[in-house]
Design a protein around this ligand. Structure first.
Ligand SMILES: [Zn+2]
Length: 187
């Protein structure tokens, strides 16, 4: 039985890894994308990156409108041609209950591959460009809490600590190795 796919939460170390480019396009990748779109919808998110389900590969799914026909799978993304900046509130499915203003580039070009490996190019302004940047941050191990200001950090300190405590309780450190028997002293 394959392990059930689920969203992982801050401070899981898998959220901090640099993800690797996707090289194998096939049924397994398509199935992963479908499952991620399901999880994203269940969590009422607009995007979900592979590291958020514990897979450190450069893939994310998104849907900027909520309409089924706007489901997108984006693989090996590259951003270029930035123009302008804009601050707006963001949340993250891996950091529940925290919303914070994040400054992002306003307009960007995206070069990527679809789930079948076919390259495409798109330009977006505003919300869609923001989702791209949020999800690509995930592929590089960056979270919105890294992009929030000192005041927001203070405001959210308690919630972050709660998440850290919850993670620690679910992942106790391994027991220390048994002590070697005491050496016999020579008389
Ligand atoms: Zn996120």
């Amino acid at each position: 039985m394959p392990e059930e796919l689920k969203i992982i939460f801050y401070p899981d170390p898998r959220l901090r890894k640099m993800s690797k480019p996707v090289k194998d396009f096939g049924p397994d990748l398509a199935l992963l994308a479908v499952k991620m779109l399901d999880l994203m919808r269940t969590g009422q998110g607009v995007g979900l990156a592979a590291p958020q389900v514990g897979k450190n590969i450069r893939l994310f799914v998104m849907n900027a409108t909520g309409k089924p026909e706007d489901d997108r799978v984006i693989v090996n993304p590259l951003l270029s041609d930035p123009d302008g900046e804009e601050s707006a509130e963001e949340g993250c499915l891996s950091i529940p209950d925290i919303k914070t203003d994040v400054l992002r580039l306003k307009t960007l070009r995206l070069n990527a591959q679809d789930v079948n490996g076919k390259p495409f190019e798109e330009t977006a302004t505003g919300f869609v460009a923001r989702v791209w940047q949020h999800e690509i941050d995930h592929l590089n191990g960056t979270l919105i809490i890294d992009r929030m200001g000192a005041l927001a950090k203070m405001a959210h300190r308690r919630k972050l600590k709660d998440l850290e405590d919850k993670y620690a309780a679910a992942h106790p450190p391994p027991p220390p190795p048994p002590k070697p028997p005491p050496k016999k002293k020579r008389k």
